[in-house]
Ligand binder design. Structure first.
Ligand code: GLU
Length: 320
């Protein structure tokens, strides 16, 4: 589908069901909902469950129930009663769609098989010249001949697929972080679009899904800001119009100042509900910590939406 600037806003929240949503996830969901509804847009809920080994049984139902408890609603999503024209809204049911995108990249010569093992990549990561972030892939497998590929496969190695990073810098504007420029070839180099176990990489799945679901507004945690240039390179390679708006919202930090992690059982709604918390109280607390509701008093979603002003969002904040 093509999206012109006059088309209505379509925002989304795309959690991974690897555990219960913690307060940081809930705040990102709240902000994504506020941005979409503030623009009179539609709101889509998608379940990013591609990494099946990390998916926890029952987590999706709990996530939906927690989002509903806060009062959030969505127009298209995975649950009965919503549905929508661009489903399925669950990544694990979209494999054929990703395979088609991979085939297009392959036909265009934009991907190549990579036989590097985890251990080989880990050695790169620990090399003295490697920075703090994931190291740049040096292109070890970029120029393998067909015979070299066959030899590796005969030795039992299964390839991952890497996308040839474009040399030219990628520019985009983030509503909160301003203008961004990144040369993917220099920062991460050729990056994975499919792992050697056949699981499609997040970068590709999110682009295919957002594009085919007509998403125009991507609101998500600031930890994903460094992924955006890679994703825009994939939009261009696949000929999709990119989202019109990116907003990378501040992460809510735990009481210890560290990033909250679902798998580590960071504070979610259950303990708060056990202590009698009500949705308005949680909304007030979440919104206070990013500058949207300075008093921190209980507030309804309607009142938060009426008062919503993106320019008031502040950067870091800690959980209770
Ligand atoms: N599924 C990702 C997560 O839970 C978010 C993907 C995105 O918003 O692009 O962190």
């Amino acid at each position: 589908m093509t999206t012109g600037s006059r088309d209505p806003v379509r925002g989304r929240y795309a959690p991974s069901p690897t555990g219960a949503l913690h307060l940081g996830n809930l705040r990102t969901a709240l902000l994504a909902w506020l941005f979409a509804r503030h623009a009179s847009g539609r709101f889509i809920l998608r379940i990013d469950d591609l990494d099946l080994p990390r998916v926890r049984p029952g987590a999706t139902d709990r996530m939906l129930a927690d989002l509903r408890w806060l009062g959030l609603d969505w127009d298209e999503g995975p649950d009965a009663g919503t549905g929508g024209p661009y489903g399925p809204y669950v990544q694990s049911a979209r494999q054929a769609i990703y395979d088609a995108a991979l085939a297009r990249l392959r036909e265009a010569g934009l991907v190549y098989p990579c036989y590097c093992t985890r251990a080989e990549l880990a050695r790169l990561a620990s090399a003295p010249q490697a920075g703090d972030d994931a190291p740049r892939y040096p292109g070890t497998c970029r120029h393998l001949t067909a015979a070299e590929c066959r030899a590796r496969e005969a030795a039992g190695r299964r390839p991952a697929l890497r996308f040839r990073a474009p040399d030219e810098p990628i520019r985009f504007v983030d509503t909160l972080h301003g203008e961004q420029t990144e040369s993917v070839a220099e920062t991460v180099g050729d990056f994975l679009v499919c792992r050697s176990d056949g699981i499609v990489a997040y970068q590709l799945a999110v682009v295919v899904d957002d594009a085919l679901m007509g998403v125009t507004q991507v609101v998500r945690g600031a930890d994903l800001l460094p992924s955006t240039a890679r994703q825009l390179a994939l939009y261009a390679a696949l000929g999709y119009p990119p989202p019109r708006e990116y907003v990378h919202v501040p992460l809510l930090l735990g009481a210890d100042g560290a990033r909250m992690a679902k798998r580590e059982g960071a504070l979610g709604l259950d303990p708060l509900r056990e202590r009698g918390a009500r949705p308005e109280g949680v909304l007030g607390m979440l919104a206070a910590r990013c500058g949207l509701w300075p008093s921190g008093e209980p507030v309804t979603l309607d009142d938060l939406l009426a008062a919503f002003a993106p320019e008031r969002i502040t950067i870091e904040s800690t959980a209770p």
